[in-house]
Design a protein around this ligand. Sequence first.
Ligand SMILES: NC(=O)c1ccc[n+]([C@@H]2O[C@H](COP(=O)([O-])OP(=O)(O)OC[C@H]3O[C@@H](n4cnc5c(N)ncnc54)[C@H](OP(=O)(O)O)[C@@H]3O)[C@@H](O)[C@H]2O)c1
Length: 255
Amino acid sequence: MALEVVGVRILVTGGTGRLGSAVGARLRAAGEEVRVLSRRPGPDVVRGDLRTGRGIDSAVAGMDVVVHCATDYLGREAALARTLVEAARWAGAPHLVYVSIVGVDRVPLGYYRTKRETEELIAASGLPATIQRATQFHGLVRGLLAGASRLPVVPVPRVSFQPVDVRDVANRLADLALAEPAGRAPDFGGPEILTAAELAAAVGEASGRPRRILPVKVPGETFRAYADGGHLTPGHRDGVITFRQYLAGQAGHAS
Ligand SMILES: NC(=O)c1ccc[n+]([C@@H]2O[C@H](COP(=O)([O-])OP(=O)(O)OC[C@H]3O[C@@H](n4cnc5c(N)ncnc54)[C@H](OP(=O)(O)O)[C@@H]3O)[C@@H](O)[C@H]2O)c1
């Protein structure tokens, strides 16, 4: 008797965002059944709001896996996750995959604290879960350094970054989504660790406006944590797309 092969049903929260849209594309390409959660209507979207809880129970119902890429920059990250965890419990405990950031326990940023709190909430939820920390995305690092590139001399902090491409992170998350729950997965980092000066130079060259770079020491405990490499994972240079390759692919794009 032929076996019926049934695809895995996966909800991607934040599936309209930078990372989530890449995760959805990767899972669809693998033949999986993907549902995207968004607060706004759209094609192949199920509407729901993790802040109010509206639509979340029905979005999660029937799912085998939830890849949680939705995020809140105003301090409500854990509240969003709490809503999702409650809905997942009612929906028969699908595998919950959460994406966090390398160094959330080492760099004293408010947003990082909420990510750490959310990791703990998910780990303590009793749900089958996987937590993946990743380093800064190429687009974020480019955004941090591009603004100043219009000045004749570009001041940059004396820190390094290990930027990673969202497509590489999406590949990892898709693999995790289709595997057994792993708890805290090994960190996922970009292929190179470069100083902000080197990265700013690359942004200048890619934009055709090379500028003089001036590394500066920034005071404060947050920058000390960055300068100490709290956000880096030198032992995990997993991504394959370099920052320069990303910039070359962005030529002519606004973001
Ligand atoms: N950026 C980085 O360098 C970096 C590095 C490592 C890890 N991460 C993590 O990667 C994840 C994704 O980041 P990203 O940059 O791809 O995010 P993003 O592009 O800013 O997208 C945020 C997403 O969250 C959704 N969302 C926000 N509030 C919501 C709510 N109340 N209910 C439902 N959905 C909501 C939005 O969906 P709608 O607007 O369609 O509702 C949107 O799709 C985050 O957890 C982030 O911490 C980011």
